[in-house]
Design a protein around this ligand. Structure first.
Ligand SMILES: [Cu+2]
Length: 137
């Protein structure tokens, strides 16, 4: 009986870290809207869908969580650094939003990169990122 119990415990000890790894390792974000390659008129509602990471407010300091960032016609900043605030074209959805309306895009081609970062505003690793390009009429 004792042997069976310790085998069970050993099994649980092995399974748990693998499950935890799987959670962070497979986190993804998708820009559901607008569609890549779309031509549309503004304003543009960006809709985000994340898996494998819980989207929360930036004030929540808990592993396995993060909040969305949008880089609008702006390159990614260095991925080991804090995503800056107060920069035109870089948006922190710090209240845990999963949608954001871009209402001041000019006609022409645009690129939006979505990136999930933790409460320190440092991107999750591996990167949880998606890009769409679209055109405003
Ligand atoms: Cu942030």
């Amino acid at each position: 009986m004792k042997i069976r119990i310790s085998r069970l415990l050993l099994g649980a000890a092995i399974v748990l870290p693998v499950a935890a790894l799987g959670q962070t390792g497979h986190a993804t974000v998708k820009i559901v809207s607008p569609a890549n390659g779309a031509t549309l008129s503004g304003p543009v509602k960006v809709v985000l869908q994340a898996t494998g990471v819980e989207i929360v407010a930036a004030t929540v300091e808990r592993p396995g969580t993060g909040h969305h960032h949008l880089f609008v016609d702006h390159d990614l900043t260095p991925v080991d650094d804090t995503i800056p605030r107060g920069v035109t074209g870089i948006l922190h959805l710090g209240r845990g939003q999963t949608e954001f309306v871009l209402d001041s895009l000019k006609p022409g081609p645009h690129r939006v990169i979505a990136l999930v970062a933790n409460w320190k505003h440092i991107p999750l690793k591996p990167l949880v990122v998606d890009t769409v390009r679209f055109t405003i009429k």
